[in-house]
Every structure is written in C-alpha cells, then in structure tokens.
Design a protein. Structure first.
Length: 492
C-alpha cells in the first residue's frame, strides 16, 4: 500500500501545471522564464523560473481556496506530530512574530529568554508587548549562553502572574537544547502557552539520537527554519500548533497580517519536498549525518590547538539539557587567533565558509547533505589553519564582559524606545543613555543591545573591540559604531 507521504502536493501541482501547458497572463512577469535575461537564465537555469508562479490562479485554481497548500501543510503536520502546520515564505522571522502576537498584545507581559534572536525583539517592537526577561545560563569560562531553566521560567511567572505565555529558544545555534518538557509543564500548570523558537531544529523529529522535538515535549507552537538544517530554500519556514491554548484562527490571522500576499511557490515546493524526503528517508539520512559528525569531531579534536565542544562541555547541572552534535563548535583559543581571523583565513585560502565565529570559536554546521568529500575538505582546511596559525597576525583583542556586566537594565519598552525621537551620539559618550536601536553581532543574531536598555561602558567596549577584531554588526544606524542611536528625551 502506498505511503501517503509519497505525495508532495506542491511539487505534483507544479508538474501538472507544466504538463497542461498553462499560459499565464498574470504575474510573475518573466512568464515561465521567457522574459528573463539570457545571462540570468544561463546562470540560474529555467527550472527556477518554472517553479515561480502564482500560488492562487497558478499552482491552484483560483476557486479551490489554496487546496494544494492545505494538503501539503496537513502532511507536514502529520509528519512532525502537530495538529496544524503553516508554511511561511518569509522565514522564521515572520513565523515567530505571528506566534508571539497570537499569545500577547500591546502592553501585556510575555516571558522571553534573553538569548532570543533579533526577530523576537522585532516582534516586541512591532507589537508593544512588555517583555519579562528570563536569564539564560551563562558559561563564564567559555563566554556563551545556554537556554534558561524551567526553574527560571517558574520564578518569572511567580513574579509576573499576569504574563500571557512564554518563549524559549532551543536548540541554540551552538546545538544546546533546553529541558522543554519541564518548561512546558511550568507553562501549562498555569494554562499558559509555550512558544519554542526551534529555528535550528528542523531535523529533530527524524532521529531519536537528536534532542527532543518541541511538539513531542509539549510545546504549543514551534517555529522551524526549514532552510537551516533541512533541505528547504532560504526563507522557507514552518510553524506548528498543538493543543487549544492558542487559537488556530488567531494564529492564521496573525500570519496573514504579517505575511506577503505574493508567496513564493518555489519555497513552498522546497518545504514540501523536504517533508517527503525526511519521512521516507530521514532516519537513514540523519544516521549517516550523525556518524559523519562523530568522525569529523574526532579528527578535529586530534588537531593541536583545537578543541571541539561536546556534550560534556555544554550539558550538565549548570548548562544545557540536551545536545545536537551536528553544529561542530571548535574552540581555537590555543591557536592564539580569533575566530574572526580564522574564518576569514579559511575563506580566503580554502574557499570554506564557516557558520558562527567569535573571539575564540568557529563553527562548521553539518547536515545530512555533507559527506566524506566535504568533510575531508573541511579537515584539510582546519589542519592547514592550525599549521599556519603561529605566523598569522594576532589581531585586536576583544574585551568580553563578565555575564553580570553584559546585561543592561531595560528602562523603556523596546517599542517606546524604538519609535521615540532619537539622536546619534559618539560612542564614547553613549554610556548612560537609553538605546534606540538593536546592535547585534551576526551570526548568530542575538542582540547585545536592545532598544530601551541603558547603555554601559563594558558593553560598548565589547562591541567596539569586537568590531575592530572582525565582528559583523549589520543593524545599527552606523555599522562602524562611531555613533550610537539613543533616545533624545533621555540624557542619562
């Protein structure tokens, strides 16, 4: 008997569209590649344009009410143990905002882990939701954050009993997962929903050796980036719903409010095809990826000056709960160079792009797409880096604050600070002022500065020295950080 997951409704509808020889007098204007520039067609191939058509009145008959998409979403929900699934072609940045706005509204309190992605902060700015920050667990030796504990959420709810729900990020970009079952229990004891930003966890439902999938742990909404650890195209995202603490129609309405009226069928097709691939082959693919990751980790650990952070480093009583080994986090402190310099060197000399980098780490994000060939090329580059590191310039030192110095006081709501009249002041005079902008090292995209926080000298020094060392700050008004945008109505 055929498996219902053999079907891929979006892909099947695209194939049928081509077979029928449909002739569109609608957008998109390239008209199935015919109008695209020849040099663009030569580089991208016509298949990209063949997959780019209207969702309604193209992929679907205009009268069918997006039936193709609904069938694809139903299959995805079945695959990952959700009641409902929504596809997004605006990335998880939209999905997480839709989830937040389904739980809380302007002026209402909402518990948020302070290690949240900048898209969460954007949601706070747009909505006027009042964040109650829940502190992550800080590793003072390694200078990174692990997800907050269930006890931290319990204490936050006790202090803020009117909070409408909670959001947690798990796993982190470093592969560390929270005890989601315990956090969900804290929320549900109060009949409050839990939203999990699981952008880095698209692969988790498909192998038991990976951290617990949010839907299986009791989350009410889970947001996942299919393009990060899955086979989807950039901006492909899904968010899943279970239970009745968040209304389905409200969530759909919020997604419609924020989303585009011109969704990309090409992205829908990538999501749909990835679901079929993982249901039919996911366990085998992930088993291979995990075996490859184990071998790569062992080889890198044998390189002088490199240490691969593993479960023993990242999990325990004062750290994370579960561990995903596919993000290969390499501590290169003993090489005497920063992660920024190492990543730049690998790109220049080996054409290898690392994922995360900071003052002492580089990360190689492995997925089911990697194999012995890509692993060997990575290992060759890393061995060459270790060999040449003693001769490389040391580069500027990054002044990394202690955890207590890294956290600043939230004096104004993010929305109020962002939309107030502002002024740009020299960074040397910004300490004591209230920030009116986000300042976010990217990747991984976790803001160091939020609108409404009172700036401190240690944080500003960290950002200035980090920028000199190679940190990327894409969001401040002045990316060189010669000036900082602050609230004009507050003089410190």
């Amino acid at each position: 008997m055929p498996n219902k997951h053999d079907a891929a409704p979006v892909l099947d509808a695209l194939a049928a569209y081509r077979r029928r020889g449909e002739l569109a007098f609608t957008p998109p204007g390239h008209k199935q590649a015919r109008g695209a520039a020849p040099e663009v067609r030569a580089l991208l191939g016509d298949a990209v344009f063949f997959g780019d058509l209207l969702a309604s009145g193209g992929l679907d008959d205009r009268r069918t009410g997006s039936g193709v998409l609904r069938r694809a979403e139903e299959l995805m929900a079945d695959a990952v143990h959700a009641d409902h699934t929504f596809f997004s072609t605006c990335g998880s940045s939209l999905s997480v905002k839709a989830a937040m706005l389904s739980v809380a509204a302007h002026g209402q309190e909402f518990l948020v882990g302070r290690d949240a992605h900048k898209s969460v902060i954007s949601g706070l700015i747009l909505s006027g939701i009042r964040p109650v920050w829940v502190e992550p667990r800080w590793d003072e030796d390694r200078h990174l954050a692990h997800p907050p504990t269930a006890d931290a959420y319990d204490r936050a709810f006790a202090a803020h009993p009117d909070a409408r729900g909670a959001l947690i990020t798990s796993p982190t970009p470093y592969g560390v997962a929270a005890d989601l079952r315990a956090v969900a229990e804290v929320c549900h004891r109060r009949s409050r929903p839990l939203v999990v930003d699981e952008a880095w966890g698209a692969h988790l439902p498909f192998h038991p050796a990976l951290p617990t999938w949010a839907m299986d742990a009791g989350a009410d909404v889970c947001v996942t980036s299919v393009h990060k650890m899955g086979s989807g195209l950039e901006q492909g995202s899904v968010f899943h719903l279970r239970g009745d603490l968040i209304d389905h129609d409200t969530l759909a309405s919020r997604a419609d409010l924020l989303g585009t009226t011109s969704p990309s069928v090409l992205l829908y097709a990538g999501i749909d095809g990835w679901r079929r691939q993982m249901v039919l082959e996911g366990h085998t693919l992930m088993s291979r990826a995990l075996a490859l990751a184990a071998a790569v980790r062992e080889e890198i650990e044998a390189v002088d000056g490199m240490h691969v952070n593993d479960r023993a480093d990242f999990c325990g009583p004062d750290a994370g709960c579960e561990f995903d080994p596919l993000p290969v986090v390499i501590d290169i402190r003993d090489l005497g160079i920063s992660g920024y310099r190492a990543a730049d060197w690998l790109r220049e000399h080996h054409h290898i792009d690392m994922h995360l980098m900071d003052h002492r780490r580089i990360t190689a994000q492995l997925t089911h797409a990697d194999d012995a060939e890509t692993a060997d090329r990575l290992l060759a580059g890393l061995r060459d880096l270790a060999h040449r590191a003693p001769a490389l310039p040391r580069g500027p030192e990054v002044s990394v604050p202690a955890p207590a110095e890294l956290r600043m006081e939230q004096e104004w709501l993010p929305r109020d600070a962002y939309f107030t009249p502002t002024e740009d002041v020299p960074v040397e005079r910004a300490a004591g002022r209230i920030a009116a902008e986000m300042i976010t090292p990217y990747p991984p995209g976790i803001p160091v500065v939020l609108p409404g926080e009172r700036l401190t000298e240690p944080v500003l020094r960290y950002l200035v020295t980090g920028l000199a060392a190679g940190m990327n700050l894409p969001d401040p008004a002045d990316p060189k950080l010669r000036t900082v945008r602050v609230c004009a109505g507050d003089q410190g």
